[in-house]
Structures are given as structure tokens and as C-alpha cells.
Design a protein around this ligand. Structure first.
Ligand SMILES: [Zn+2]
Length: 155
């Protein structure tokens, strides 16, 4: 057994049980309290690869937090035993994934990247669209402007 996996955990209550037969008062996931080495590298790699697209990065972060963060959970598939980690995200469903991912982000993102880290909870900024100039019936003659700036340099 790996000692690192028995470290402190943080319980995340994702609410009403949705397991078959609803055997729990609420569904819970225990996240490791601190990021481990695998998680650090995975996050840094995700940031490297998605440096220009924050939406991709958010998705990557959510995915890796849900894969690497949970230590134990009660969410079952009706067999009485918890679902495997590969099925955990599916069993959670998108809305509960976000709850877990937000908590995981609180625990890990800043710990790995520092206080200026991006957050998975931040909504994407609205893109500013420049108003398109509608083609007018009359074509305006474009006035030529020569706005040259010359910098005289005397070396
Ligand atoms: Zn349950």
C-alpha cells in the first residue's frame, strides 16, 4: 500500500445520492488534501499544451483533477461497491463533476501554481466582436491617407 495515498483527505459532499437504489444519504468523494507529484506534472503539462486556449485548459484541469484527486468515494453502480475511478466522472454527471472540480481546484491549483493560478470556476470571458460594417448601397470612395511617420535618426 502506498503511504502517500493514505494522507489527509478532504470530503466533498456532492449532494443527493444518485446511485442505483439510492443507498446513501448523500454522495461523497474524498479528495486528497494536497496535490501529489503526478498531479503537479499533469497540470503543468496541461498548461503547456493548452497555453493559448483557456477552455481547453479548463477541461484538462477538470479531467485530471477528477482522475487524480479522488482517493475514495461512496458512489456505486448498484453492486454495493464503489465504481472504478474510470467510471467516477460518468457516475457523477456534469453538474457534480463541477462541484468536485471546483473543490479540487481550491486544493490543488494554487498549491501547484501559486496565487495567480487560473481557476476552473472562472467563466470564459465574453469575446468582443467588432461590429461588422454592413455593405452600403453606395460605395464610398476611400480617401487615401498617407500617414507616414518618419523617425529621423542621427547616429
Ligand atoms: Zn450514492
Amino acid at each position: 500500500m502506498n503511504a502517500a495515498d493514505r494522507g489527509q483527505t478532504v470530503e466533498v459532499d456532492v449532494g443527493e445520492c444518485r446511485c442505483p437504489g439510492a443507498p446513501h444519504t448523500s454522495d461523497k468523494i474524498n479528495l486528497r488534501a494536497r496535490p501529489n507529484t503526478t498531479m503537479r506534472f499533469a497540470l503543468l503539462q496541461a498548461i503547456n499544451e493548452a497555453s493559448e486556449d483557456t477552455n481547453i485548459l479548463t477541461g484538462e484541469m477538470v479531467s485530471l483533477y477528477l482522475r487524480l484527486g479522488p482517493v475514495s468515494w461512496n458512489i456505486s453502480n448498484g453492486n454495493g461497491s464503489p465504481v472504478p475511478i474510470d467510471d467516477l466522472a460518468d457516475s457523477l454527471g456534469l453538474d457534480r463533476e463541477i462541484i468536485v472540480a471546483n473543490k479540487a481546484s481550491d486544493l490543488y491549483t494554487e498549491a501547484i501554481l501559486g496565487p495567480l493560478a487560473p481557476s476552473v470556476s472562472s467563466s470564459p470571458e465574453p469575446t468582443q466582436e467588432e461590429p461588422l460594417t454592413s455593405p452600403s448601397s453606395m460605395t464610398e470612395p476611400s480617401s487615401e491617407r498617407s500617414s507616414r511617420k518618419r523617425r529621423a535618426r542621427s547616429g
